[in-house]
Design a protein around this ligand. Structure first.
Ligand SMILES: Cc1ncc(COP(=O)(O)O)c(C=O)c1O
Length: 267
């Protein structure tokens, strides 16, 4: 879906607005279409939509708002979204990337702007809470006219029938959703509590991962890998001290904390 937006709206020299530390794919997309990425400052890792209006120029085509964001795990409130939408010129396409939507207790409603007929697309995926990342299926919600434009950019039959069957089954599987959310809520609380005890700075998050300052992210990534645990180093995001740790089962979380303690003490 993100790529379709590039095909549909980006020409060389155009501008894409997103946040500093936003999911990196938006910047890669802009680069692929020879567009420029304008990154809004993100003090304390909290996305501030207030700065967006100043960043808009006649070349602005797309604004990407990951909510919650990966890798920071931080959320933008309904109030901030509403105030932002009241200030944004109607011709600019606003993309709410809600890949982690189902993990939220009290999710903001961006779909109301689709209902109002705005140039808004809301992206969701089956890769996260549904656990179907390997099937490569997600969706976007937008007005019929907007969807018509995106349809022109995709190959026919671009989602295979196995992925469609999996996605349909996932939509029915409330028990899986509830159980996964429960495990993640419990695991995230446990990890954050452990990081506090270890006095490791972390960004309190609302998705299924936590961003943690371990001093040297790449070194910790490599040492963890030797213990058969994969964490995500964030040098590519300009955050060389940080890693993103995904919440696992409680057994996995405990194993991770043991390994992290060993590694941090040895440093
Ligand atoms: C914010 C955000 N959007 C989109 C995606 C893409 O997910 P997928 O392509 O697996 O649907 C991810 C996955 O990492 C993400 O973190």
């Amino acid at each position: 879906m993100i790529e379709f937006l590039g095909h549909a709206f980006l020409n060389p020299g155009d501008e894409v607005i997103t946040f500093q530390y936003a999911f990196i794919i938006y910047k890669l997309l802009a680069t692929a279409f020879a567009a420029r990425t304008i990154e809004l400052p993100t003090p304390n890792f909290q996305q501030d939509l207030g700065a967006t209006t100043d960043a808009i120029t006649p070349k602005t085509r797309l604004i990407f708002i990951p909510n919650p964001n990966n890798p920071t795990g931080t959320l933008i409130s309904q109030h901030a979204i509403d105030s932002f939408m009241s200030r944004i010129p109607k011709n600019i396409v606003v993309v709410f990337d809600e890949a982690y939507f189902e993990f939220l207790d009290d999710p903001p409603d961006a779909l109301r702007y689709v209902r109002e007929g705005r140039n808004v697309v809301v992206l969701r995926t089956f890769s996260k809470i549904h656990g179907l990342a390997g099937l490569r299926i997600g969706y976007g919600v937008a007005t019929a006219d907007f969807v018509e434009i995106l349809h022109k950019t995709r190959q026919p039959f671009n989602v295979n029938s196995i992925a469609q069957a999996g996605a349909l089954a996932a939509l029915e599987d409330d028990a899986h959703l509830r159980e996964t959310k429960r495990v993640v809520d419990e695991g995230r609380a446990y990890l954050q509590e452990q990081f506090s005890e270890m006095q490791i700075p972390f960004v309190p998050g609302v998705a299924n991962f936590v961003m943690v300052n371990v001093g040297d992210g790449f070194a910790v990534f490599e040492k963890m890998l030797r213990r058969k645990i994969i964490v995500r180093p964030l040098k590519g995001y300009g955050l060389p001290e940080w890693v993103r740790i995904t919440v696992g089962t409680m057994q996995e979380n405990k194993r991770l904390i043991v390994a992290l303690k060993q590694i941090m003490h040895a440093q």
